[in-house]
Write a new protein. Structure first.
Length: 347
């Protein structure tokens, strides 16, 4: 694995491994009482046991009924998020190993994530599990948080959620980094090639990602979720930087350097700018967005916060050419398709 990989395992994996396989001693005062556990406590214990054996689906079936009930709390939300992360193929040790042994600078990051998180639209539900893990992490909040309407997500009465990372538990943001990475990788693996094709050793895309207009993003949850995963990754890395060790912060700094460029892409796409006018030099004029200068001044500042949730691109309260969230999402995809240095290389 190399020195860098060993440093990662010692400084990152060990503190957060409990997010995936919560051992009996971390949840209960003693393992000897397992026979007396009932209801929610038994479901939590058995779900963690199932995850420790790699049985993600059993863990989901055990915890979902409690999440969708008045008995939901942060322990339930944590277990549900890790269960769906498990189903999304988000192996923590494997992800850390991939990040520590592969190049993650600029375009190499997207190739590494594609290689690390293979997925097939025909044979697995990894991408969809990543959606649910992301949404569940948004409900794992710090105590007594009051969520402003602009940050609220549609997660149901029992699990209020926020797209703003400062509202969420620190461990939720830590896990969000890696869930977002798995979602980016699995989405790219599916949509960057035809199903029958195989990636070359470089893991460059073999076809362009399809969500390059506001209309296409608004009609396909996968496109909105993909753009949102990229922004959730950036947000979560920034959120955990305040308490991360210098080793972790330094490693992630190569990724956060990209955020300003993607904010520019959102901004330019929201305005539908051509290559001569855009900050990135890319052409966004065919994405179907027609903001006036006044509209752009209020709606097109960086990437809209609503973009972080997969449902927010389908905004029927405005016409598609004025849908700032969908317009911005198309800009992220155009950036990934057309910028060979900062995006995902390939056709």
């Amino acid at each position: 694995m190399g020195v860098r990989g060993i440093v990662y395992l010692m400084t990152v994996v060990r503190p957060f491994a409990a997010l995936f396989y919560v051992m009996c001693a971390l949840v209960f005062t003693g393992c000897s009482a397992t026979q007396s556990l009932t209801g929610k406590e038994a479901a939590i214990f058995n779900a963690n046991q199932a995850m420790s054996k790699g049985d993600c689906n059993t863990a989901i079936s055990l915890i979902d009924p409690y999440y969708n009930s008045s008995q939901s709390d942060n322990t339930v939300r944590r277990v549900r998020a890790t269960a769906y992360a498990c189903a999304a193929n988000m192996g923590f040790f494997r992800t850390i190993d991939a990040l520590s042994t592969n190049n993650i600078v600029e375009s190499a990051l997207w190739r590494t994530l594609t290689q690390t998180f293979p997925s097939s639209i025909l044979t697995d539900r990894r991408m969809e599990a990543g959606w649910i893990a992301t949404e569940t992490l948004m409900t794992w909040l710090k105590p007594n948080r009051i969520i402003p309407a602009e940050y609220a997500v549609p997660t149901g009465a029992f699990n209020p959620g926020s797209i703003y990372p400062a509202d969420r538990d620190d461990n939720a943001n830590t896990l969000m980094v890696f869930v977002a990475m798995s979602l980016i990788g699995s989405t790219q693996y599916r949509y960057g090639k035809l199903e029958a094709q195989s990636y070359a050793a470089t893991y460059n895309k073999l076809q362009a990602l399809p969500w390059v207009t506001a209309d296409s993003v608004s009609k396909d949850t996968a496109g909105c979720a993909y753009a949102g995963a990229i922004m959730n990754m950036f947000d979560a890395i920034e959120a955990i930087s305040s308490f991360s060790s210098p080793t972790i912060s330094g490693a992630f700094s190569q990724i956060t350097l990209l955020k300003d460029f993607f904010d520019d892409a959102c901004n330019d796409a929201c305005r539908g700018l051509n290559a001569g006018a855009s900050a990135s030099g890319l052409d966004y004029s065919a994405n179907g967005c027609t903001m006036t200068a006044a509209e752009a001044a209020s709606l097109c500042t960086d990437c809209p916060v609503k973009l972080r949730h997969r449902s927010m691109c389908a905004d029927t309260s405005v016409t598609i050419d004025k849908n700032a969230t969908a317009c911005a999402a198309s800009g992220i995809v155009i950036m990934m398709n057309d910028n060979p240095i900062l995006g995902w290389p390939g056709p």
